[in-house]
Design a binder for this molecule. Structure first.
Ligand code: ADP
Ligand code: NG1
Ligand code: MG
Length: 466
C-alpha cells in the first residue's frame, strides 16, 4: 500500500546522455542560461481495466520507462516560455496572469496540454494557496513516449507542467492531490477522462503495477509473476483523443446508462448519481448482479436522444445542455446497453486479474499467467465488439500475437495506438521477431522499430531532479 500523504520525491539529477542533451538544449534556447530544476513524469501502460476509470471502477496500470522531461528556470516576470526539443512542436510564450486555453476544431496545440497543468495548479484554491502573482518559467520540454498511442503522453505532459508550476510557486501538494488536480485540469483539453493516467503518473512505484481505485483516490501494489513480461506493440495507427468526439461519446453513453438505470429502478436521485460504480454501490449489488441489472434494464437497439430524454422525463434541450458535451450534442445513436455491459464485465475482469496476482504463489506460475492472459484477451474482444474502440490494425496485431502469448489486448483509449501482450520470458525474442517479420514488414517500418515494439517492466512515478 502506498504511504498516505506522500510527496513527489526530489532526487539528484542523473548523469546521463539525456541530461546532457536537455542541458544543451536549454542553453541553446535561453542564451546560455541553466535550468534550476527538472521534472520527470512517465507514460503508462494499462494492463487491464479499459474505459472504466470514468465510471468509477478500479484499473490496473503500470508506469513506463518512457517519459516527459522538463528543464525549468524560474523568472521574476509573469511569463511562460516553452521550447520543445522536437522541432515539430513550435515555441510558445504567454503571460501567466491572463492566458486562456481556447480549443478550436480539430487537434489541440501541444502547448495547450502544458497550459492545462499550469492552470490546474494556479487555480487550485486548497491549502497551501498563494496570493502572489504566478512565477514566470522558461522551460525546455523533451519526451520519448509515442504520441497518440494509448501510452498517455498527454497526461505525462499535463502532469509534468503541473508539477513544475507547483514547485516554481512553492506550492506543496501530495501526490494524490496532484493526481486529482491533473485529472480535472486535463479536461480543459476537451476530453472527459477518468483519472487513471494522472494517478499512475504520480503514484507508480518501481517493480510493480498498481490497482488504482477512485473516490477517494488510492493505490495498492499488484505484484506481477516473474516468468513473463509485458510487450508493447504500436499498430502504427495513431489517434489524438481530443481531435474527435469518439472518446467523449463513450463517456456520455456510460453517463446516460447510469441515469437511465437509476431512474428506471427508482429509489435513487438519478440526477445526482454520477457513474455506474455509484449505482452498483447504492443498490448494494455484486458485479454479476450489476451485469444482470444492465441486461434487464437497457435494450440492445441503440437509443435516440429523444428516447433517453423521454425516459428521464426531461426535454432534449435539457439533455443536451446538462448531460452531453459540446462535441456530442449531435449524436444520433447511443448504445447504452453495450457500453454499460463492457464497463461492468471489464470491472469484473480487473477484480479477477487482481485476485489472480494476489493468489499466484498458491496457484503456481503457469496457471496464474494463463488466467491473466485469458482476461486480457477477453478484455480486447469486449473493447472490439461491445465498446467499438478497436481498430482493424489493432485486431490484426492481436491476431498475429496469438500463437506466442498468454493474451493480448489494446491498451489506452484505442481507435489506434498500441497493444499490450503478456509473453513468457522464453518466447520473448521469437515473438518480437515474428511481429517484425510479419506485421512490421507489411507496414514497411524503418530502423527505429525499438520505439514501437518493446518489452517493459514497471517503473517509478513522477519526480523532481535538482
Ligand atoms: P496519448 O495520451 O495516448 O499519447 P493523446 O491524444 O491524449 O494521446 O495526446 C497526444 C498529444 O499530446 C500530442 O498530439 C501532443 O499534442 C501532446 N504531446 C505528447 N507528448 C508530447 C511531447 N513530447 N511534446 C509535445 N507535445 C506532446
Ligand atoms: P489515453 O489513451 O491516454 O488517452 C484515456 C483516458 C483515461 C482512460 C483511457 C481508457 C484521458 C487523459 N485519459 O487514456 O482516463 O479513460 O483513455 O481506459 O482522458
Ligand atoms: Mg492521452
Amino acid at each position: 500500500m502506498a504511504p498516505e500523504c506522500s510527496f513527489v520525491p526530489v532526487k539528484q539529477l542523473p548523469d546521463s546522455d539525456q541530461t546532457r542533451e536537455i542541458q544543451e538544449a536549454f542553453k541553446n534556447a535561453f542564451g546560455n542560461a541553466s535550468a534550476e530544476f527538472y521534472v520527470r513524469v512517465p507514460g503508462r501502460v494499462n494492463l487491464i481495466g479499459e474505459h472504466i476509470d470514468y465510471c468509477g471502477y478500479p484499473v490496473c496500470p503500470m508506469a513506463l520507462d518512457q517519459h516527459i522531461l522538463l528543464a525549468v528556470l524560474t523568472t521574476n516576470d509573469n511569463t511562460l516560455v516553452l521550447h520543445n526539443t522536437d522541432p515539430k512542436f513550435k515555441d510558445f510564450e504567454c503571460n501567466l496572469e491572463n492566458f486562456e486555453i481556447c480549443i478550436g476544431e480539430g487537434k489541440p496545440e501541444w502547448y495547450q496540454y502544458f497550459l492545462c497543468g499550469v492552470k490546474g495548479v494556479l487555480e487550485c484554491k486548497e491549502e497551501p494557496t498563494s496570493d502572489n502573482s504566478p512565477v514566470g518559467m522558461k522551460v525546455v520540454v523533451s519526451g520519448n513516449i509515442p504520441h497518440s498511442a494509448g501510452l498517455s503522453s498527454s497526461s505525462a505532459l499535463v502532469s509534468a507542467a503541473a508539477l513544475a508550476t507547483a514547485r516554481a510557486n512553492k506550492r506543496k501538494f501530495t501526490k494524490e492531490k496532484l493526481a486529482e488536480v491533473c485529472a480535472t485540469c486535463e479536461r480543459y483539453i476537451g476530453t472527459q477522462g477518468g483519472g487513471m493516467d494522472q494517478a499512475i503518473a504520480f503514484l507508480a512505484e518501481e517493480g510493480g503495477a498498481k490497482l488504482i481505485e477512485f473516490a477517494p483516490l488510492r493505490s495498492s501494489d499488484v505484484k506481477l509473476p516473474t516468468g513473463a513480461v509485458f510487450v508493447i506493440a504500436h499498430s502504427l495507427a495513431s489517434m489524438n483523443k481530443a481531435a474527435t468526439s469518439d472518446f467523449n461519446r463513450r463517456v456520455v453513453e456510460c453517463r446516460l446508462a447510469t441515469k437511465l438505470i437509476a431512474k428506471r429502478k427508482g429509489k435513487l436521485p438519478w440526477r445526482e448519481i454520477k457513474n455506474l460504480s455509484k449505482v452498483q454501490k447504492a443498490y448494494g449489488l455484486t458485479l454479476p448482479e450489476m451485469i444482470a441489472m444492465v441486461e434487464s434494464t437497457l435494450h440492445e437497439k441503440p437509443y435516440s436522444k429523444e428516447e433517453v430524454a423521454e425516459e428521464l422525463g426531461i426535454t432534449v434541450e435539457e439533455l443536451e445542455t446538462t448531460l452531453l458535451t459540446p462535441n456530442t450534442r449531435n449524436v444520433s445513436e447511443l448504445k447504452l446497453r453495450q457500453r454499460a455491459l463492457h464497463v461492468c464485465e471489464e470491472a469484473l475482469r480487473v477484480k479477477e486479474f487482481h485476485e489472480t496476482c494476489l493468489e499466484s504463489s498458491r496457484s503456481g506460475e503457469e496457471e496464474t499467467l494463463t488466467t491473466l492472459g485469458r482476461l486480457m484477451s477477453e478484455s480486447h474482444r469486449s473493447l472490439d465488439s461491445l465498446y467499438e474502440c478497436s481498430h482493424a490494425r489493432l485486431n490484426e496485431l492481436v491476431d498475429a500475437s496469438k500463437a506466442y502469448v498468454y493474451g493480448a489486448r489494446l491498451t489506452g483509449a484505442g481507435w489506434g495506438g498500441c497493444i499490450v501482450a503478456l509473453v513468457k520470458n522464453e518466447n520473448l525474442l521469437d515473438y518480437m521477431d515474428h511481429l517484425k517479420k510479419t506485421y512490421y514488414k507489411k507496414y514497411c517500418f524503418g530502423d527505429d522499430i525499438g520505439k514501437y515494439l518493446f518489452s517493459t517492466s514497471p517503473k517509478s512515478g513522477a519526480c523532481v531532479y535538482v
